[in-house]
Design a protein around this ligand. Structure first.
Ligand code: 5GP
Length: 112
């Protein structure tokens, strides 16, 4: 069981921002910007490159959840970045799909 499944099960605490039937959004424990929220499916999808066609609805719902998170955290107008890390070179550290939502300051480009 990953740390994110434990957060979904409320076995370990997290600062929850918003929740839907199929997803959960909470503040990253090590924020890289003034706003840094993770949006995850409650269903275990390990990583974006391992999602199945049957996951299409939940994947779409996650992006709509991003919109809700941006609105709730006050960065919808100022702007934000959405990141999904996949695998070694992507910097993935938790094998449970998560969308990073970063904002609250100008973000550099290209990313590191
Ligand atoms: P990744 O590197 O896999 O794309 O992102 C994993 C993210 O999960 C990291 O930004 C890390 O700070 C965050 N994280 C790891 N453990 C915890 C935790 O226990 N609680 C919270 N809220 N975030 C975590």
């Amino acid at each position: 069981m990953t740390i994110f499944e434990k957060i979904i099960a409320r076995e370990i605490p997290a600062k929850i921002v918003a929740e839907g039937e199929t997803w959960l959004a909470f503040h990253d424990i090590s924020p890289q910007a003034p706003v840094h929220v993770l949006v995850i499916p409650k269903k275990l999808i390990t990583r974006v490159g391992a999602a199945d066609p049957e996951d299409a609805a939940i994947l779409g719902t996650l992006l709509l959840a991003v919109q809700e998170v941006a609105q709730k955290t006050g960065i919808l107008e100022t702007g934000f970045r959405v990141i999904i890390n996949h695998g070694r070179d992507g910097g993935e550290t938790v094998p449970h799909l998560h969308i990073h939502v970063l904002g609250g300051r100008p973000l550099g480009w290209p990313p590191g």
